[in-house]
Structure formats: C-alpha cells, structure tokens
Design a protein around this ligand. Structure first.
Ligand SMILES: [Zn+2]
Ligand SMILES: [Zn+2]
Length: 122
C-alpha cells in the first residue's frame, strides 16, 4: 500500500484489532478501522508507533490526504482545547491516519477522551 501522505511504501505491522500499516518513510500509521467502539483495544497497541515525532510533525501540516482504500480526500478532524489534536479520518470507510508520534500522544490519559470524541461511533 502507498502512504497517503508521502507516497512511501507502507507495510502491514499489526492485524490484532484492526489492520495497521506503517510507512517506511514518514513512519505514519494507517488504521483500517478506528472508531469509539474499538479504540480501547487499539489503544493497547501503541508500541506500533515507533516513528520519530519530529518527522511526524513535518507531515502534520498536510491537508489533502487521499484514503488509499476509497481514493477520496480524508476529513481533517481537529480540536484545540483542552489539548491539540489533528488527524485524518476517512468518512466513508472510517480509516484513520496518524503521523509518527501522534498515536502514542493521543492514547495517553490526557488526550484519549478528546480523541475519542472526534471518532465515528461505530
Ligand atoms: Zn508516509
Ligand atoms: Zn476510506
């Protein structure tokens, strides 16, 4: 699969809760399905986020990101208060893309509830 952000190669790194692919170049993570329903199970897999957050930040600015499955522009989901969160969600298939370091950050106690609120219910 091609990375929707940097067009690098993505490899499947996990298939326990949902298929997760990691980009060899920007180290971003693509989740096949991420919803409020499976978030707690997915949150237990943060060891998959091995990338450097400074690399992830470079790619966080990208706005037009195409879902590799649906080939349509993914929605930007963001919130600024009480914490800053920004990521891409495909409204059609509920796939999610997180830049390197974002997965570790958003699954922490401080961020988790705000992140959950931005996800589709199922
Ligand atoms: Zn990439
Ligand atoms: Zn999609």
């Amino acid at each position: 699969m091609e990375c929707p952000k940097c067009l690098g190669d993505m490899n499947l790194v996990d298939d326990e809760v949902t298929a997760v692919s990691r980009c060899n170049h920007c180290q971003g993570l693509y989740f096949d399905l991420l919803t409020r329903q499976n978030l707690d199970e997915v949150a237990a897999r943060i060891h998959l986020d091995t990338g450097d957050e400074s690399v992830g930040k470079e790619f966080d600015e990208m706005v037009f990101v195409e879902c590799p499955k649906c080939n349509q522009i993914m929605d930007q989901r963001s919130v600024d208060d009480p914490v800053q969160i920004r990521f891409e969600l495909c409204v059609s298939c509920h796939a999610t893309f997180l830049d390197a370091g974002e997965y570790r950050q958003y699954m922490s106690d401080e961020y988790l509830d705000a992140f959950r609120a931005l996800l589709p219910p199922v």
